[in-house]
Design a protein around this ligand. Structure first.
Ligand SMILES: Nc1ncnc2c1ncn2[C@@H]1O[C@H](COP(=O)(O)OP(=O)(O)O)[C@@H](O)[C@H]1O
Ligand SMILES: [Mg+2]
Length: 151
């Protein structure tokens, strides 16, 4: 892979391709890993998360948590003892609220896969060691440009 800090860009031509990319990224996890998923509404962040969740053997499909800021999944099989944490911070008011909820502790937990939609809500307290994935799209097209940094 490229030097850390370098942005690699890939093109996704369909939701299925973005899902597959999520699956691939999940396979690369070895230690506690934070994925910051950047991009506007409809860009493909949750589609990526669904792919990761599928790869890790969770049967129940993740739905974009509109009201819940955090959904957690205990993993099994090869991933026994691991937890996947899916944050959707769209409705979060401030990084302080995030800390007040005790969510900051999750970054210190071993065997955690942490996927964060709307990471800009906590930009000041985002772990430095993370993988940044940014999704961008045009209005009428299925094409998504996906930037990857830190992988
Ligand atoms: N290449 C693509 N990758 C991901 N989603 C796509 C793509 N093309 C079209 N879509 C559609 O765009 C929407 C993305 O939604 P979602 O993943 O929930 O975005 P976000 O979580 O960023 O708001 C879905 O309706 C999906 O079917
Ligand atoms: Mg979403």
């Amino acid at each position: 892979m490229k030097k850390p800090g370098t942005v690699k860009k890939i093109k996704s031509l369909s939701p299925a391709e973005t899902l597959d990319f999520g699956r691939t990224c999940a396979r690369l996890v070895k230690n506690t890993t934070v994925f910051a998923l950047w991009g506007e509404l409809g860009a493909g962040k949750t589609t990526f998360v669904k792919g990761a969740i599928k790869e890790l053997g969770v049967k129940k499909e993740a739905v974009s948590p509109t009201f819940a800021l955090l959904k957690q999944y205990s993993l099994s099989g090869n991933w026994k003892g691991w937890t996947l944490h899916h944050f959707d911070l769209y409705r979060l008011k401030s990084a302080q609220d995030f800390l007040n909820e005790g969510f900051g502790e999750i970054f210190k937990e071993p065997k955690s896969i942490i996927l964060i939609e709307w990471p800009e809500r906590i930009s000041d307290i985002l772990p430095k060691k993370r993988i940044d994935i940014s999704f961008s799209h045009g209005d009428f097209s299925k094409i998504r440009i996906i930037g990857i940094k830190g992988l």
